[in-house]
Design a protein around this ligand. Structure first.
Ligand code: GUN
Length: 293
């Protein structure tokens, strides 16, 4: 069994990005600049946004963090988005989700200029991705694709079962893995809460992508011998043996599943780190105008 090491891969990619920044700096080119907007006090969101800003610093990107209280109105947030859309120094930006309940997330996502939408959440990017046109890919699916590529995992003709149909992971990764080329050319089954016989579907998979958000959901006897298992879950559960009283687990029962796999991602240390790195890759593409001229 091979552990798909998100830390090693993201460190490698970050070194490559840092080298690109050095070249840009030597040539007097523009340094990539990512802005992140965080509204409210959601603890997980604070951790994610801090990690995005820290990663920018590691590779030499410019970053701007915009923090606003939970009481911020939708109109105020729309104004911040417009400001970032119009700021020529900002190459790409994200508005961290979830937003406080009184703010319509769809309205905010639609207000972001798709040319700066390095999260790949805007329907223009989603639609272009689905049609195989150049687009900003959503960070988690992009990170998974990059992981499969860099570990040379065969995908053509493989049966991939995706568990979970969210707009930001399950649905886009099912599209990306079914499209022509590498990594891709999979036969994809997209499963969800209404799927009949989920264990039976997962048992047919050569590649499993678990993105359902339920701790330790995928059981040992659901996974075919030699399967590749990509665990997207980041779930905090109680663990009294830890000083903090909690620990992070994925959507896969790692202890039971790992011995059966050819490859598996750990949690933490797998897909999560690749997600942040994929955001950096998108920001460089935005700065270089590789997706939109
Ligand atoms: N919330 C959970 N994941 C994400 C993400 O990738 N981007 C943003 N903006 N919010 C999130």
């Amino acid at each position: 069994m091979v552990l798909l090491d998100g830390k090693l891969l993201s460190d490698n990619i970050k070194s490559e990005l840092a080298a690109e920044v050095d070249i840009l700096r030597e040539r007097g080119g523009k340094i990539p600049h990512l802005a992140a907007v965080l509204v409210g006090e959601n603890p997980a969101s604070q951790v994610y946004v801090n990690s995005k800003i820290k990663s920018c610093e590691q590779v030499g990107f410019k970053s701007t963090m915009i923090r606003r209280p939970a009481e911020t109105t939708e109109a105020e947030l729309l104004e911040i988005v417009q400001g970032l859309n119009n700021d020529p120094d900002v190459d790409g930006f994200i508005v961290q989700l979830p937003l406080p309940k009184h703010i319509n997330e769809e309205k905010i996502t639609l207000a972001i200029d798709h040319r700066k939408d390095v999260d790949g959440f805007h329907p223009v990017n989603f639609g272009r991705m689905a049609q195989g046109l150049p687009a900003f890919l959503p960070a988690t699916p992009y990170g998974i694709i990059e992981m499969l590529r860099r570990y040379n995992i065969e995908t053509a003709g493989k049966h991939c079962v995706v568990v979970g149909r969210s707009n930001i992971v399950g649905t886009p990764i099912s599209i990306l893995l079914s499209r022509k080329g590498y990594p891709g050319d999979c036969t994809v089954t997209l499963t969800h809460s209404r799927t009949r016989d989920l264990p039976g579907e997962v048992r047919r998979a050569d590649i499993v992508v678990a993105a359902i958000g339920i701790p330790n959901f995928i059981q040992g006897d659901w996974v075919k011998e030699g399967a590749v298992v990509i665990d997207v879950g980041i779930n905090r559960i109680e663990d009294e043996s830890r000083k903090s009283g909690t620990r992070l687990v994925g959507d896969v029962d790692f202890e039971a599943v790992a011995p059966k796999c050819s490859h598996i991602t750990p949690v933490p240390g797998g897909v999560g780190l690749m997600t942040v790195t994929a955001l950096l890759m998108n920001t460089l593409k935005a700065c270089r105008k590789e997706v939109y001229a």
